[in-house]
Ligand binder design. Sequence first.
Ligand code: HEC
Length: 182
Amino acid sequence: MSKILKWVGLALLAVLVAIQFFGIDKTNPPVNANEDFITLAAPPADVAQILKNACYDCHSHETAYPWYTNIEPVSWWIGRHIEEGREHLNFSIWGTYDAEKKAHKAEECGEEVEKGEMPLKSYLPMHPEARLSDAQRERLSAWFLAMSEMSEAQEGSSDMQSGGEVSSEEEHSEEGEHEHEH
Ligand code: HEC
């Protein structure tokens, strides 16, 4: 019995050693400051600081990779979060989002933060700077929700300029689409 255990242990160790050769790609894609959220939306300094501390590791091309991202399989799990996070929302390419997407993502940010869904809980033990106080949470979500309302209003006014009058019916159907996206 103890012999079997010894072999199982050795085999596990061999697997752990072997997978260390399959690390994740940690090269950050280039950052174009002209497309970056903080450049474009110019949030107040305290909001920008919270974003950098609590969101940019997963939602931008400015990811910091701590030492434990050198250890597989932990790195695979973290790499997946970064990949998925950027797919859903990437502050580094904010400038490439159209007005509607910007308004929608800003609203999502407000909601996710308000509900305590973001930043991801699994991120917090190793990142004390990302543990938001109630005040920070409130500040960040209120700022995002105000921003999304403002950009929706802007979107409406630019529709008027380009497309003439917007009937209330049309506005209604647009709202319907928004609902659908959720
Ligand atoms: C540890 C990585 C990580 C951190 C840190 C993080 N997120 Fe996320 N975020 C994700 C992942 C992964 C998803 C996609 C899966 C999900 O929704 O859980 C996501 C999804 C989202 C979404 C949904 C986007 C959409 O339209 O589907 C929003 C909004 C969001 N995050 C905002 C934030 C904000 C704001 C912060 C900072 C306060 C933040 N996140 C911090 C990983 C992270």
